[in-house]
Design a protein around this ligand. Structure first.
Ligand SMILES: Cc1cc2nc3c(=O)[nH]c(=O)nc-3n(C[C@H](O)[C@H](O)[C@H](O)COP(=O)(O)OP(=O)(O)OC[C@H]3O[C@@H](n4cnc5c(N)ncnc54)[C@H](O)[C@@H]3O)c2cc1C
Length: 292
């Protein structure tokens, strides 16, 4: 199908883009990499009056590490995350997860900001942002505000962004020497959206975990924290019994939907399997690039 007709504008500065959004509000849609927006337009799931192409706003691109903080511009492409030594060293969860996002052609154009703002419940990066407690830097005509990832994802394709706001960057704490991340997902084919996925982050001390964050995706309307399982894995030796108890606790933490891809029961079972895999990986990390 062809998209419905729309006006198109390509602003040259952030303030120009914000001015356009303030004037057109709900009728306008931002275009970043276009890898989610264009299919949605072609399928006529969306019909904005105006498409605002922010691809020329170079200030929204790039990855910088300073004083223990990593700032990633919203227009940074998936492929740039994949190739970044800063990301591999300081935010390794993103480096591992991005390998599972779609295929090279899509990663060459898709952006981290587009993925976060689109808030697809099956997407990898929103769950990583919640696991790592990222801060979303959001610009509007009144200035800039910071939204913690925990408060950003509100529902299916729904975020805390207002119609006149632009996500300009994400900020992450660089991981410390005693912190580790792990990532696992199950998909029908490599590059497909996950049937179930899990992004995890914790402090690790020998065989104990602390400050555990287990964030599932493709299992609810937003990234879902498994808080009971997190508590059971915190501060005690990680024996087989501990992991089994945490797996059982997922029954209370998760309420997976059934769809044409998998039943609710199948998703629950996948969630248990992924939990065991990430715990193993937190204790015994796989070097980036060796995970297959
Ligand atoms: C075949 C296929 C397979 C895919 N598989 C996966 C997958 O496995 N996992 C996955 O996570 N993704 C997948 N994607 C989606 C891909 O990752 C997209 O690139 C991403 O979701 C959106 O990024 P984008 O830059 O292309 O955003 P766009 O498509 O340009 O925009 C998406 C939405 O976000 C809004 N937006 C964009 N940037 C901003 C901003 N800075 N501030 C505010 N709003 C903004 C737009 O208005 C639009 O509503 C797939 C896409 C395709 C076509």
């Amino acid at each position: 199908m062809k998209p419905p007709s729309f006006d198109y504008v390509r602003p040259r500065s952030l303030s120009e883009a914000l001015g356009i959004l303030a004037a057109r509000g709900d009728g306008a849609r931002l275009l970043a990499g276009g890898q989610s927006l264009m299919p949605a337009l072609n399928m006529r799931l969306l019909s904005p009056e105006l498409v605002v192409d922010i691809g020329g706003l170079d200030d929204l691109r790039g990855i910088v590490e300073r004083d223990g903080l990593v700032r990633i511009g919203a227009l940074t492409r998936h492929v740039d995350l994949q190739r970044s030594a800063i990301v591999v060293r300081h935010v390794p969860l993103l480096a591992v997860a991005i390998d599972h996002v779609a295929h090279p052609a899509i990663r060459n154009r898709g952006t981290i900001g587009g993925s976060i703002a689109f808030a697809d419940p099956a997407a990898e990066l929103p769950a990583c942002a919640v696991a790592l407690q990222a801060r979303m830097i959001v610009a509007g005509m009144a200035g800039t505000r910071i939204v913690p990832a925990d408060e950003f994802f509100l529902g299916i394709y729904e975020t805390a962004l207002g119609p006149d706001e632009i996500l300009v960057a994400l900020e992450f704490d660089a991981v410390g020497p005693d912190q580790r991340s792990a990532f696992a997902e199950l998909a029908r084919r490599r590059g497909d959206y996950a049937l179930v996925g899990l992004a995890a982050h914790a402090r690790v001390d020998a065989d104990r975990l602390d400050e555990v964050r287990l964030v599932y995706f493709s299992i609810g309307p937003t990234p879902v924290r498994a808080r009971t399982a997190e508590a059971l894995l915190t501060g005690r030796p990680l024996t087989r019994d501990t992991v089994t108890a945490a797996q059982a606790a997922l029954a209370a933490d998760l309420d997976p939907p059934a769809d044409t891809q998998a039943s609710s029961a199948a998703r629950r079972q996948m969630a248990r399997v992924l939990l065991a895999r990430v715990v193993m990986e937190l204790l015994d990390p796989v070097p980036i690039g060796a995970g297959g």
